[in-house]
Design a protein around this ligand. Structure first.
Ligand SMILES: Cc1cc2nc3c(=O)[nH]c(=O)nc-3n(C[C@H](O)[C@H](O)[C@H](O)COP(=O)(O)OP(=O)(O)OC[C@H]3O[C@@H](n4cnc5c(N)ncnc54)[C@H](O)[C@@H]3O)c2cc1C
Length: 458
């Protein structure tokens, strides 16, 4: 029997498509299209955990690589199939199984889009704290396997902090169900953490139990101009102290980013140009009057003592959304500013040095090559766009320079997006040989034949 017939026997004819006849979207992720000649042998669409287990059992027995796929919004080729693999799509596993308001949890299959989870939480009067730009397409299973971050990490943490329980299928088809719903559970190893952030290399996530939070009833958004890097750090410290847990976002944007967004991408400029740096700041709480007063007072005092040079507070939701659209216009930048993009983190105290070192290193390749900077600064997360131009250096040379500077300040080559294929050469810049060896040992223990997402991460 052929692979296709065998798989159809295992999960039904509707759930299996031969590689050459599959929808081309399954051949790559958002950033890494099908690699030369690397077509999957089949794309499978299981509808239950038992069917995922049947596919894995079969592939493990026959030594066939399996590449898990969620919404395919990953940016590093983690879900891009390898030649002859089975691409395992969770697209037909999109049931929200339970919303428990008293326990503040939601249980869902791995293929549910993030936005559907946010909406289900909202309909129950609760909030799911994870929010990223790809919310309409990415899946909760993909969010778990990449440990997604996003806009509200400061307030609610990364995906890891929001997942209480998880079900995964191991390479040999064993179903590991750890659908814990309690905040406290220290009974032995917390196995779910192994699957969170491991990019489909240790198991296929089939279900998750996520934590919900009370829906905030107050929202305040402001755009603030700062005169120097030192002022930026001072303002962040004050915002953390004075707004405490209501501080939900602190996005730093540097002048070249601001200029491009407001001149080339039609974004309304909330403040004049000329500052050393800008911050888009948001607070969410439960008492509009009290929260607004604390928010305004923080900004007024910063303006009075010169920590901030200018500021505007959104007067309504529309103005707040406009400020966010300036930040989110980065998704359109490739059109006007072809670039190599970076998602890195560096210790906050080293940000200024890191930016100067990187500027110097890039100048060493090509004097004055434009660089844009922005990021979730309070999470130590910086995004960098280095211009790609005809007479300039190529992606490889730029990568080596930037990641070299990340290594020098003890940062991480991946703040949010994982390693996938693209960052593999640089994993050792952030992880020690002992850490890499421990990862390899875990991989062998969970997947001795190496069928799960081979060639990804390390
Ligand atoms: C416009 C845009 C904005 C983005 N913003 C952010 C952001 O702010 N923060 C952020 O962290 N990321 C961001 N991303 C990246 C991406 O959306 C996230 O990494 C997301 O979590 C990937 O989810 P997905 O379902 O699309 O996974 P996929 O792209 O399908 O897969 C990603 C990885 O997870 C594995 N995988 C997928 N599903 C499973 C499963 N069920 N079990 C095991 N492994 C699985 C895949 O094999 C692959 O290695 C953004 C992407 C885009 C396009």
């Amino acid at each position: 029997m052929s692979l296709i017939e065998d798989l159809r026997g295992a999960i039904g004819a509707n759930g299996v498509v031969a590689g050459g006849e599959a929808e081309p979207k399954h051949f790559g992720d958002w950033h890494v299209p099908m690699r030369q000649g690397e077509l999957p042998a089949a794309v499978v669409y299981p509808t239950s955990t038992a069917e995922v287990a049947a596919v894995l059992r079969y592939c493990n027995e026959h030594g066939i690589p399996v590449v898990p796929q969620g919404g395919l919004t990953g940016l590093l080729g983690g879900a891009t199939p390898v030649e002859g693999s089975v691409a395992l799509s969770l697209a037909r596993m999109r049931r929200i199984e339970a919303v428990d308001v008293a326990g503040a949890t939601l249980t869902a299959e791995a293929g549910v889009p993030l936005q559907a989870i946010q909406e289900a939480a909202d309909a129950a009067g609760m909030l799911f704290g994870l929010d990223i730009g790809s919310r309409g397409t990415c899946t909760i299973g993909g969010n778990a396997s990449t440990n997604a971050g996003g806009n509200r990490v400061l307030r609610y943490g990364m995906a890891r902090e929001m997942i209480l329980g998880l079900e995964a299928v191991l390479a040999d088809g064993t179903i590991l169900s750890s659908l814990n719903t309690m905040l406290k559970n220290n009974a032995g190893y917390d196995l779910k953490q192994l699957f969170i952030g491991s990019e489909g290399t240790l198991g296929v996530i089939t279900k998750v139990v996520v934590r919900l939070h009370p829906k905030p009833s107050s929202l305040a958004t402001a755009f603030v101009a700062l005169p120097s890097h030192a002022a930026l750090l001072e303002f962040l410290g004050r915002a953390r102290r004075e707004l405490a847990s209501t501080l939900a976002a602190f996005e730093a944007l540097w002048p070249d980013f601001y200029h491009l967004a407001t001149h080339e991408h039609g974004c309304r400029a909330p403040l004049p140009e000329g500052a050393a740096c800008y911050v888009l700041m948001e607070a969410m709480g439960t008492d509009q009057e009290r929260d607004d007063a604390a928010f305004a007072s923080l900004i007024e005092r910063a303006l009075e003592d010169g920590t901030a040079s200018d500021a505007v507070i959104a007067q309504n939701l529309r103005e707040g959304r406009e400020m966010w659209s300036l930040r989110d216009s980065v998704a359109e930048f490739p059109r006007t500013f072809p670039h190599v993009g970076f998602d890195v983190s560096v210790p906050i105290v080293t940000v200024e040095r890191f930016m100067a070192d990187t500027r110097r290193a890039i100048d060493g390749l090509h004097q004055g090559l434009p660089i844009l900077w922005f990021g979730h600064l309070a999470d130590s997360n910086l995004h960098i766009c280095v211009r790609l131009q005809k007479d300039g250096p190529g992606k490889k040379a730029i990568d080596a320079m930037v990641y070299g500077c990340v290594k020098a300040v003890g940062g991480s080559v991946s703040a949010e997006h994982g390693i996938g294929i693209l960052k593999k050469p640089y994993l050792g810049y952030t992880r020690s040989p002992a850490e890499m060896e421990a990862m390899r040992r875990l991989k062998v223990a969970f997947d001795p034949k190496g069928i799960l997402n081979p060639g990804k991460v390390f």
